[in-house]
Design a protein around this ligand. Structure first.
Ligand code: BG6
Length: 494
């Protein structure tokens, strides 16, 4: 099914995200006929380009993305337009009016407009105001929707202020706060796994689950993004948004139906139930780290402080691990251990549900643990681990696994996160976008951690290519547990 005709206005059209993600995602949707022919994309930025030069840049991007050119690509590029605007100058937005009128007319788009804010965050509050100045937020003729990229705020106060600022000009139903983790097929699959199978749900609580591990590991460093990253760190870049959203999906109650309101009600409820970390908790249950230079596969990898754009005395964390709890009926007392970091040994996002052991060890003292491993990326998979009899004499139990790999679903075309989310925004489905209350609840939890660090909370060193600071192993070992080391899992044999 194709979407309603609309014009997609990308602010920040000369930026990296537009080239790497947005235009390729729109092109992929075009190829599978989800956009039809009645759509246009208007790139907006300060850079002086015209329709032709913008098209040519995007053509080159797509040829690189596709590895080939062809008629379909040429046809897509004809839908691309460009308008240079000084985005901090209200008056300059007047230039958008005739451009948009003409595009709506040509493509019969009935005034439907999707604005995508892919600019530096300092403009997230400015652009809505400037659009409103020219009536470009009004829904009298067609819908007007606003996608806001992360980070939504820099801390609790600025996130609240940004929300107030945007709400002056756009209503909540028009605002789509993007978190690309929610667009990942396997994150959504978590909901289907939990809520469409009768056998997981009865076990999914404090009576049967000992603890939950969530890992968002990356093998890359900060690459060319040192300047941005240094003002952000792992806490703002990965934890406050992506990982807390994943945690919410693991822990939420079943919504009565799958729609934007009921789903997001449940997500917000979980985040509100996160027990705030006290100073003492942070002393014991939080580890921040920064990677140092080390040899990886025979090559020297830079330390964070040597990366381009990073001040030599930076204390920005590139790793964090913490233990948290959700104070509600389902989860009381169950620790959630969450960690994320750059320059770890593998790129892997996974959730491990550790079930309680049997109440009495019949066969051996070291009965295998029951685990459910949900691999979000790469090699998307689900693996159940349990004990079976080791062949031979006696009754020794050994850990075995039953595995499912997403790639085995023959014929499945998996959309990228940006394809899925752009399509949903065009359809007006906000289910997979963060709602204002959830964003605030996440910041409320994170703010004391930011304060703790700002007041001198320790940042440990860890070698590039290692699994993070030793202190993070100790954090979990104190409670008799170890982090799973998920390298190379589930490619063929788990
Ligand atoms: C982005 C962060 O939001 O997510 C990056 O800014 C991070 O620093 C990226 O690398 C991870 O996304 P993915 O989809 O590669 O896991």
């Amino acid at each position: 099914m194709k979407t309603e005709n609309c014009c997609i206005v990308i602010f920040g059209a000369s930026g990296d995200l537009t080239y790497r993600k947005l235009i390729p995602a729109l092109y992929d949707l075009y190829k599978i006929d989800r956009l039809g022919d009645d759509f246009s994309v208007l790139g907006v930025a300060r850079t002086e380009l015209n329709d032709d030069s913008f098209r040519e840049k995007m053509r080159q991007t797509l040829i690189k993305h596709e590895g080939t050119e062809g008629e379909c690509l040429e046809q897509f590029c004809r839908h691309l337009y460009y308008q240079a605007v000084n985005t901090s100058d209200k008056a300059d937005y007047a230039k958008l009016i005739p451009r948009l009128d003409a595009l709506h007319e040509t493509y019969k788009t009935n005034g439907n407009t999707l604005y995508y804010l892919s600019t530096p965050p300092s403009l997230y509050g400015v652009i809505p105001e400037c659009l409103a100045e020219h009536g470009l937020n009004k829904e009298e003729r067609g819908w007007k929707r606003l996608i806001v990229e992360k980070p939504f705020g820099y801390d609790r106060k600025t996130a609240e202020a940004l929300d107030v600022q945007i709400h002056r000009f756009f209503e909540e139903h028009q605002i789509y706060r993007i978190d690309h983790y929610l667009g990942k097929e396997t994150v959504q699959n978590l909901l289907v796994l939990r809520f469409s199978n009768g056998w997981f749900e009865p076990l999914w609580n404090r009576n049967f689950i000992e603890y939950v591990e969530i890992t968002g590991a990356e093998s890359i460093g900060v690459e060319e993004r040192g300047g941005y990253y240094d003002g952000s760190g792992a806490m703002r870049d990965m934890f406050q948004n992506h990982l807390l959203q994943v945690l919410a999906m693991v822990a939420m109650e079943p919504p009565a139906i799958i729609n934007a309101d009921s789903m997001r009600d449940e997500v917000a409820k979980v985040l509100h139930c996160l027990r705030p970390l006290t100073h003492e908790d942070m002393e014991h249950h939080l580890v921040l780290g920064q990677y140092t230079a080390a040899e990886i596969n025979g090559k020297m990898a830079k330390g964070y402080l040597e990366e381009k754009g990073v001040p030599a005395d930076s204390r920005t964390e590139t790793y964090m691990a913490l233990r948290c709890e959700i104070e509600n009926w389902r989860w009381a007392g169950v620790p959630f251990y969450v960690r994320t970091g750059k320059r770890l040994p593998a790129r892997v996002t996974e959730i491990v549900i550790h079930f309680k052991t049997t109440p009495h060890p019949v066969f051996s003292q070291n009965a295998p643990e029951n685990k459910l491993i949900i691999r979000i990326q790469p090699d998307e998979a689900i693996s159940m681990r349990f004990g079976l009899k080791k062949p031979g004499a006696g009754f020794e139990a050994k850990e075995v696994s039953m595995d499912f790999r997403y790639a085995d679903l023959a014929g499945a075309t998996v959309m990228t996160a940006y394809e899925r989310l752009l399509l949903d925004a065009m359809k007006g489905d906000a289910t997979l976008f963060a709602r204002t209350d959830a964003v605030h609840a996440a910041w409320k939890f994170v703010q004391p951690i930011l304060d703790y660090k700002a007041q001198g909370g320790r940042v440990y060193d860890y070698e590039a290519g290692s699994w993070g600071p030793i202190a993070a192993d100790k954090l979990i070992a104190k409670e008799g547990k170890v982090w799973r080391k998920p390298s190379g899992l589930m490619k063929k044999k788990v």
